[in-house]
Design a protein around this ligand. Structure first.
Ligand code: AMP
Length: 114
């Protein structure tokens, strides 16, 4: 399914989203169906479908996504209590939107799978 277009439109501000941060490389916005008091998505501005498409050429983008996620966690004052950063990949990973995205979740004690 080509649902990645939703995120492309958010980057270009063609559909409404609560954008918290944007630079040349990434965009961060509130998840529309938050699973925690803080639930923010961080995405690359250039299309990457899944984690499987991270390669030698684009891997620096992922480092920047991580860096921005952590800056936002600090800004939102969830860094001391802690948070989760999650990337779902494909069917078994529970990826619904086919555009690589990082979930930043916090503000509550989160369940752990392991
Ligand atoms: P995933 O299951 O990892 O693919 O996560 C996709 C996430 O995107 C879900 O948490 C959705 O709630 C979120 N989402 C879908 N559409 C939008 C939208 N238009 N604005 C903000 N978040 C969205």
């Amino acid at each position: 399914m080509n649902n990645h277009v939703i995120f492309q439109k958010i980057i270009k501000k063609e559909i409404k989203a609560n954008i918290l941060y944007q630079d040349k490389i990434v965009t961060a916005f509130s998840d529309i169906h938050p699973k925690a008091p803080v639930h923010i998505l961080i995405i690359p501005n250039t299309f990457i479908k899944t984690a499987n498409e991270i390669n030698k050429k684009n891997k620096n983008i992922i480092a920047h996504m991580f860096y921005i996620a952590i800056q936002i966690a600090k800004e939102k004052k969830i860094s001391e209590d802690g948070y989760k950063i999650i990337i779902n990949c494909n069917k078994n990973g529970g990826q619904e939107i086919n555009y690589l995205h990082m979930h930043l979740l916090g503000g509550i004690k989160l369940e752990t799978l392991y």
